[in-house]
Ligand binder design. Sequence first.
Ligand code: NAI
Length: 242
Amino acid sequence: MGKLEGRVAIITGGAGGIGYATAQRFIAEGAAVVIADLRADTAAIDALDGQAVFVKTDVSDMTDVERLAAEVMAQFGKIDILVNNAGITRDKSLKKMTEADFDAVISVNLKGVFNCTKVVAPFMVEAGYGRIMNTASIVGVYGNFGQTNYAAAKAGVIGMTKTWMRELGRKGITVNAVAPGFIETDMIKTIPDEVIQGMIKSTPVQRAGKPEDIANAFLFLASEEASFVNGVVLHVDGGLAY
Ligand code: NAI
């Protein structure tokens, strides 16, 4: 029997990268998966053999998120697992970063996590069970050159994780965060190669991470084995130290 047999999971940003790998992993462990993403990568979603449902969602839009939850409840009758994973970057130095760059990243990476949790948590409270996992970043812990907006959002995600684990723990819900290091997805395609090589050199295990490395961490946190793990920020970064 799979570790997530009978569970219903929403994965935001699940059409690509880390979210997609997580969808694959969760399906392999028996979960029903709802991919909530802005873009429908139909080929990728078809490759999940009809075991994932796609709901077009902009996590930064509360009305959209309410519609997502209503559709999932209508189809599955419950939401056991929420993986807040959708994210964007608009990297620039503080000098060059515009207000629009700042607002765009905050609205998806920070407010999007608030919106989804705000809407989904009441269903979990009602059921007396839930696993909420937020995708932070080591950048939210250490900061990073050119990522004022992103670091602020990810540090905020860690703050919300620690707040919600206090508020929701007594209701049977655990809330944890994963802080990925440097992971090979579309998100890092704009990073110059010399910077990538530098990152790999600074990583003790001497490689970039793969989306599956993060999916495995989400699987652990979603599983019964993690029922006493609450409020952690699990660094999955090969030991990368800034
Ligand atoms: P990705 O760009 O491959 O995937 C992000 C997904 O989010 C895309 O499918 C995109 O369509 C979706 N998305 C963007 N805006 C959205 C919105 N408003 N509503 C719904 N979906 C939206 O990126 P990746 O690398 O898989 O990132 C996943 C998460 O991991 C993000 O939160 C990112 O910040 C975080 N992360 C990634 C790292 C990396 O090195 N790749 C490092 C640390 C954290």
